[in-house]
Design a protein around this ligand. Structure first.
Ligand code: GCV
Length: 661
């Protein structure tokens, strides 16, 4: 059986006071038998005991602090209000989840050093759906997993144990309310998750989640009618197929009362889908939406649909265009319980991409944002890459979909178009490693995504500081150092990897380390088009026309190399090496400089980390130090391979005369 040891991540509840007070706890208006309320109480008991070294007792005769969890209908769904003074604190909410989130907020604020009387806050979640997507396979492997094996699956069986409960606690503590347990590439045993073979165990797992207000979701195999039902087709408009799914939905929701619905990857990277039968993505999504509707289920349909058998000689086909081209025409046709899940960029989780034009491009369709905290293209949880700065940029991007100031955050929260189904999902970075995320510091992304999906107004720095305070016991000066390391890490990674939004110069398949031409002559639609004169993909109106998929304000900006934000210049334009950037540097000089700088800054990160020796637990120190050694090796490879490649292509020397091979 998997790893039996695991850390408490940010729920370690370290003592911050020596008051030894007694807390009396009363529940008013809520059903005391509710499992979620019980979870809140249980967490408060253990948390307050840890933080204040006190005892929480139900309705104690004499006590120092009166804690009340009270139902107040006026508070928004899943929201809460904390009211306190020196000797009392009330958690007010209108539903169980709100009460649970209020409890975690109280514990978080006290752990971060606030006094009881300072804990006065009201919060409503920014997004209705706040989800984690596991790419866990039933054999225990994890697609794009960098922290061990799955803790849900082992040898085609489902594991439910104390770790499952701790996982649910961690997720609820940052506001996650939905978890997809299996990989979107549904094959083999995973196809059978919707059959008798697994119902009992999925139910058991979903009950643990439900105790923490989390709904369980399953990824579906679109070809299940063939593979499980023995039908000849899985055509979404075929009556037999529809009938099969109807029966299946009845059975599944009958057996799994805590199921929220299904996530579907169809017609993508070899997965089956409606295109085989000449049907549209809307036909597929709506058919499934209709069969789960009677049970209150939802269908989350991914928009990661593109031609993955492209000829690299073909300059017309542009993978970046695909999502918009396939989905935009059916805007308004998707049924009410269908939600389209859209990756943040039009390609695939590169360190820098423009925001997908489909987000906000769709105006009559439920939509949610998909990001990836599993560091597939961002350093495999070896290299430090705190992703909140990227996610903040995504959320803050002005789409111009309606009003001038409408951002991605407005669209995916449902605010812009009044959608009830809306939200954010992350491809998760966990595994059964003792520390859950491989690199101890990668837990900042796990924590951060949850916090950000609950409150998109939080800054990257606020989230980083909270995580550090909850995880480590550092002096302010060291907290500042670690915060700074996290905040700079994404930019540093970007500098030593692929320049100005071009992406993809990674080792094929594995996606760690450089291989400048690794994807250049492949079928995946991921080209940089470098020649002896310049580099970049022309996606303007003279090229693939991708820039025109945006609303006018953005389209005009991206279309013109003079106006295009420089960090995305090579994503949108083929630019000569001699092109002058705003800094006055030529493009080629920028490539050299940023790669030398990025590598040097990675070394600085390690030096700063070394100064924290003895201040973080030695196991943490060793774990992260080892990864920094690997990161520096990686950064050197990137620097030297990319610089040599462009020196050899362009024949232009580095003005500073540094070593290029
Ligand atoms: C789950 C990328 C990854 C695949 C992943 C796919 C997806 O292509 O490399 O591993 O498959 O994205 O998001 O479906």
């Amino acid at each position: 059986m998997g790893n039996k040891e695991w850390t408490q991540l940010w729920l370690g509840y370290k003592n911050v006071s020596n008051d030894n007070k007694t807390v009396s706890c009363e529940v008013v208006g809520f059903n005391k038998d509710s499992q979620v309320i019980k979870s809140a109480l249980c967490e408060l008991k253990s948390g307050l005991k840890g933080i204040l070294s006190d005892e929480v007792v139900d309705n104690a005769g004499s006590y120092d602090i009166a804690l009340t969890i009270k139902k107040v209908d006026a508070i928004a769904k899943e929201g809460f209000k904390l009211e306190s003074d020196t000797s009392s604190v009330s958690i007010l909410a209108s539903d169980d989840n709100g009460a649970l989130y209020g409890a975690f907020e109280l514990l978080r604020q006290l752990s971060c050093g606030k006094k009881l009387s300072e804990v006065n806050v009201e919060k409503t979640p920014s997004n209705p759906l706040r989800m984690m997507n596991h790419w866990d396979n039933m054999d225990g492997s994890i697609e794009r997993g960098y922290s061990g094996q799955s803790f849900f699956f082992e040898n085609k069986e489902i594991v439910v144990d104390e770790r499952t409960r701790d996982y649910a606690r961690f997720m609820a503590s940052v506001g996650i309310n939905g978890v997809v347990i299996n990989n979107v590439n549904v094959k083999d045993a995973a196809t059978y998750l919707i059959t008798d073979r697994y119902f009992d165990k999925v139910k058991e797992l979903s009950e643990v989640f439900a105790d923490y207000g989390i709904k369980t979701y399953l990824s579906l195999n679109f070809a299940a009618p063939i593979e499980l039902g023995g039908l000849e087709v899985c055509d979404p408009l075929d009556e037999k197929v529809i009938g099969w799914w109807k029966e299946k939905a009845k059975e599944v929701f009958g057996k799994l009362p805590h199921l929220g619905g299904f996530l579907v990857k169809a017609d993508s990277e070899g997965r089956p889908g409606p295109f085989t039968y000449g049907r549209t993505q809307a036909d597929g999504a709506n058919m499934l939406g209709d069969v789960v509707a009677p049970y209150g289920g939802i269908i989350i349909w991914r928009c990661f649909v593109y031609n993955c058998t492209q000829d690299w000689r073909d300059y017309k086909t542009d993978r970046a265009r695909a999502g918009y081209d396939y989905f935009k025409d059916f805007d308004g046709a998707y049924h009410d319980n269908v939600i389209l899940q859209i990756k943040n960029g039009p390609m695939d989780f590169q360190i820098r991409e423009p925001i997908s034009p489909l987000i906000g491009g769709l105006t009559k369709t439920n939509q949610m944002l998909e990001v990836q905290i599993a560091q597939e293209y961002t350093g495999h949880q070896i290299d430090l890459c705190y992703l909140m700065p990227m996610f903040k940029e995504v959320l803050g991007f002005k789409t111009y979909c309606q009003k001038e100031n409408d951002t991605v955050a407005d669209v995916v929260s449902g605010r812009a178009f009044g959608n009830k189904l809306a939200g954010m999902a992350a491809v998760i970075n966990t595994g059964n490693d003792k520390n859950w995320t491989g690199n101890y510091l990668a837990a900042a992304n796990l924590y951060g995504f949850g916090r950000l999906s609950f409150d998109t107004e939080l800054s990257s720095e606020e989230i980083a500081r909270e995580w550090i305070r909850l995880t480590f016991a550092l002096e302010k000066v060291d907290e500042d150092k670690l915060t700074d390391m996290l905040l700079r890490s994404r930019e540093i990674y970007e500098k030593y990897t692929s320049p100005l939004g071009i992406g993809w110069m990674v080792t094929p398949h594995d996606h760690y380390g450089p291989s400048v031409d690794g994807y250049e002559y492949s079928r995946w639609g991921t080209y940089h088009r470098a020649d002896h004169l310049g580099i970049g993909v022309d996606r303007s109106d003279k090229g693939t026309g991708y820039a025109q998929q945006y609303y006018k304000e953005n389209a005009e900006k991206y279309n013109d190399p003079e106006k295009c934000p420089e960090e995305l210049l090579l994503f949108f334009h083929h630019i000569p090496y001699t092109w002058k950037l705003k800094t006055g540097k030529t493009l080629i000089q920028h490539i050299y400089d940023s790669h030398f700088e990025g590598e040097a800054e990675a070394e600085q990160l390690f030096e700063t980390w070394k100064s924290l020796e003895g201040k973080v637990p030695s196991e943490v120190f060793e774990n992260v130090s080892h990864r920094f050694e690997l990161q520096i090796y990686n950064a050197k490879e990137w620097r030297d391979q990319v610089n040599s490649y462009f020196y050899r292509k362009s024949g232009i020397s580095d003005q500073k005369g540094r070593k290029i091979y």
